[in-house]
Structures are given as structure tokens and as C-alpha cells.
Design a protein around this ligand. Sequence first.
Ligand code: GDP
Ligand code: MG
Length: 310
Amino acid sequence: MFKNFNLDKLKNGLSKTKTKLFDGIKEAVSTKAVIDESILDELEELLITSDIGADTAMKIIENTRVELYYESDRSKINITQIIQNELSEVLVEDENTSSSPYEIGDKKPHVVLVVGVNGAGKTTTIGKLAHNYKKAGLSVLIASADTFRAAANEQLEIWAKRAGVDILQKESGADPSSVVFESLEQAKTQNIDVVLIDTAGRLHTKSNLMKELEKIRAVISKVIPHAPNEVFLVLDGNSGQNALVQAKEFSKSTNLTGLIVTKLDGTAKGGVIFQISAEQKIPIKYIGVGEGIDDLQDFDSKVFIEALFS
Ligand SMILES: Nc1nc2c(ncn2[C@@H]2O[C@H](COP(=O)(O)OP(=O)(O)O)[C@@H](O)[C@H]2O)c(=O)[nH]1
Ligand SMILES: [Mg+2]
């Protein structure tokens, strides 16, 4: 089974969040001999400013307070452990299945539609996904359906070369659905395993974008009845509360099957993963921890916690 994560890379990528959260907790706790209300306040603020989400932060502090109440010797209490346990609980529900995300079923091609706002990291993520699918022994075709921005083709072409996979593109301004249609036809003829579809993050208006995505989806299902197999929404890990708003918006018009949170290496607010998990029914499938081709990691809640707290 092909699982794609590397604990060291993950630890490295999450180091800013780890410094803020884990080191911050230890520091807050070490300033006083006993845990008092002022420390709890400090911890709550730390959790909230790590983008963990106000509800989760409040719940953690409340549970900590309860444990303190029952423990006569407060110096014995391991606050870091309590917080870690609480955070694990938030992620437990979206426990990944044991199968690798790079295993596809019998029906080919396996079609992956990637959506999200401009700059979220769609194109970069497609390059990384292409690389990973290829490493897993599968043939890949990238469909360049972001025909709205002139530079989009060029950027995607660089990624396709890097990953060593095929790409189908048309001139900018072409109908995105026609790119999708031709890509899927080509995939069928050439017996390609995986088709990754890159899309625009912004059109003239938001409703245009959502309509376009619906149209793309309809074309996919028409050409390949079992598809799309996955619809991934890419979210910038720095966008905090906004990421949740985007997830809601995109859910309305496309049936999302998974979330990909990028740029966790650039932020101390990686706690957003907990907030998204707590509020979304859609599982987080991958996280981006860098701009390199190997920097897309499978999201595994246990490994994520381990990387943050070890
Ligand atoms: N540090 C870092 N940068 C990323 C990551 N993913 C994407 N980026 C950068 O974010 C910017 C926008 O990415 P792009 O793929 O063009 O976004 P798109 O508009 O959604 O296609 C680029 O400069 C990427 O290199 C990541 O996981 N970590
Ligand atoms: Mg793009």
C-alpha cells in the first residue's frame, strides 16, 4: 500500500504552528507553580490565535478546568497532555480509511476535479498529485481547464513536465468544458488511469464560477458515468475563518468529496485544521507543507498530532 507521508517533512512543515502552540503551552504553564485562572486565560488565547476555533478552544479550557477541580495536587496535572487529548478527539471523527488515496478502483479513468479560489494552491497541488499518482505506478493526464488566466497554461505545463505526465491544454479563453471533454476522450482512447482537472478560481462573477463548475461536472458525468471520482476543494491554510466560508460556498454547487489544506508550512495558524475538522463533514484528504513536488502529504490525524506534539 502506498501511503504518502514523511514525519520529518511534516514536523518541519508544521514547525511554525508547533512553536506557537506546543512551545507556547509549555511556556505558559511553566511560569507559575500552580495552574490558575490567568494561565487558563492565556491558554485560551493561545488556542484561539492558532486558529483552532473559538468553540474548540473554549471546550478545551472548560475540560481542563474540570480536571483541575478534581485533582487535589495541581502540580501533577499535565496540561499539554490534556490539550493534546482534546485536540485528538476533534480529529477522531474524520479518521482516514486505511486504504491509500492513490489506489484507484477498477473503473478507469479515475477522474479528480480540483476546485478552489484563486491562489489557494490548486495548480501546485495538481502537480504534486500527478507526481504521487505516477509514483504509485499510474498513468496521468492533466486537463488544463483554467482557461481564464493567460498564465495558467504555462504554470501547469511546468508542473506536468516536473511530474513527467501528459497535459491537455487549449488557448486561453477556450471553453473549460471542452478541455475537460477532450481530456476524458483522450484518457479513454489511451487507457489512462487518472485524469486531474485544474479549474479557474475566479471568473467575472462568483455565480459564473459556480455555473461553470456545474457545467464541467455535468460534462464529466456524461463522458464517464462513474466520474468524477473525487472533487477536492483546495483551501489556503492561512485563510482562517475564510476557509470555512469557502467550503460552504463550494459545497453548494459541487458535491465535494475531500478537502486539501495548503501552505501549512508558512503559517503559525495550522490549528485551522482542527477548526475545519470540527465544522466540516467533508474529510481533509491532503495537506500541503511546501512548494516542492514532494510536499503534499496524506492527511492522517494521528500523524498530524504526533508531528505537532512530539
Ligand atoms: N509554502 C507553500 N506554498 C504553496 C503551497 N501550495 C501552493 N503554494 C504557493 O501558493 C501560490 C499559489 O498557488 P497556485 O497553485 O498557483 O494556486 P491556484 O491559483 O489555486 O492554482 C504559489 O506561489 C504556490 O507556490 C504549500 O503547500 N506551501
Ligand atoms: Mg491555478
